[in-house]
Write a protein that binds this ligand. Sequence first.
Ligand code: FES
Length: 135
Amino acid sequence: MTKQTIINLGAIEDIPLGQGRCFIVQNDEIAVFRSRSQAIFAIENRCPHRRGLLAEGIMGNDKVVCPLHGHKFDLATGKGSEGMECVRTFKVWQENGQILLEYPIAINVEKKCEDHYAEIVLSANSKIYYREERK
Ligand code: FES
């Protein structure tokens, strides 16, 4: 069963203004960017051209430039500058100084709590929160 979950990626201060950082969530590499105007964006980390690491690209005007061959990607929509190229985007926001990411994840329904809310600790600074949807 797949559900949208909210994942805490840690402190927003850990990403310098105007830069990106890569987070690994399940099997996805997700690049999270923090603009100089404090907006945050999350896209898949691998460039569709030849798998360049977009988290290491130069960010400006809410776009990132792939460090390998310079293709550009809009951080809000994922749309690329070249033909049909695009990257997946994720809903991301900050709350109390923490980066929260909405992510589809397979959950074990046996772990759900009475109140349909539970927490799984993934690592020292990364937590997953999942919510059971009521029908
Ligand atoms: S790998 Fe990104 S532009 Fe070539």
